[in-house]
Design a protein around this ligand. Structure first.
Ligand code: DX5
Ligand code: ZN
Length: 219
């Protein structure tokens, strides 16, 4: 199975952001995962457009933008203009999710929907055919470096089952606490995009850590 690795810029050294972006450019990674937090939807504030635009100036791989913000409709166009290739909104933050997904696709971006750890995958049943990607949070959103929640494996498996015959191209992305121990099991369960923040950026050798994540044998 083909799968993607998306290092999370949240774990980069912001005083050396260009250096860290070049590291990802020169690695086996597929996407840049970019976490936007508004301090309302999640109890943390990350960064906004000036930083995103700076990332986009140097990044040579698609920007996978994860919006942990309330009422994301207000900013979707601005994120598309700032260089996002994938825009993922939270199920819990959207009253009119179908309309939001449609708006993302009309801007030429891939549309993703994220689920918090407590949100059942069955809630995606009536939107699954319209989305490009579903992101399953494997930690509570807001911070990098948290412990992986093992309930995630079951969620991945049920979401993959739900997608069969309805959206066979659905990308299933896992975000939070991903490492070399859980990555093979996640892929076995049906995930095909893995975000890794601290596991990559805190590693002694980030390039070979990404290489190791890319080299996992899948069935
Ligand atoms: C958490 C963010 C994640 C985070 C992952 O709210 O959405 O993308 O950066 O970081 P690690 O891999 O360190 O858990
Ligand atoms: Zn994220």
């Amino acid at each position: 199975m083909n799968y993607l690795i998306a290092p999370s810029v949240l774990a980069a050294d912001f005083a050396n952001l260009q250096r860290d972006i070049e590291m990802v450019n020169s690695s086996d990674a597929d996407w840049f995962h970019v976490d936007i937090m508004d301090g309302v939807f999640v109890p943390n504030i990350s960064f906004g457009f000036p930083v995103l635009e700076a990332i986009n100036r140097y990044a040579k791989k698609p920007l996978d933008v994860h919006l942990m913000i309330t009422d994301p409709d207000r900013y979707i166009e601005a994120f598309a203009k700032a260089g996002a290739s994938v825009i993922t909104v939270h199920y819990e933050a959207c009253t009119h999710l179908h309309r939001t997904v449609d708006a993302i696709k009309k801007l030429g971006c891939k549309a993703g929907v994220a689920l918090n750890p407590h949100t059942p995958v069955s809630l995606l049943e009536n939107v699954i055919q319209d989305i490009d990607l579903a992101l399953i949070m494997s930690v509570n959103p807001g911070f990098g470096g948290q412990k992986f929640i093992s309930q995630t494996y079951k969620k991945v498996q049920s979401l993959r089952d739900l997608s069969i015959g309805v959206n066979d191209n659905l990308m299933i992305e896992i975000d939070g606490g991903v490492n070399l121990d859980n990555a093979p099991l996640l892929m076995e369960a049906g995930a095909n995009v893995l975000v890794a923040g601290n596991f990559v950026f805190s590693a002694e050798d980030p390039i070979s850590t990404i290489q190791a994540l890319k080299a996992i044998k899948t069935g």
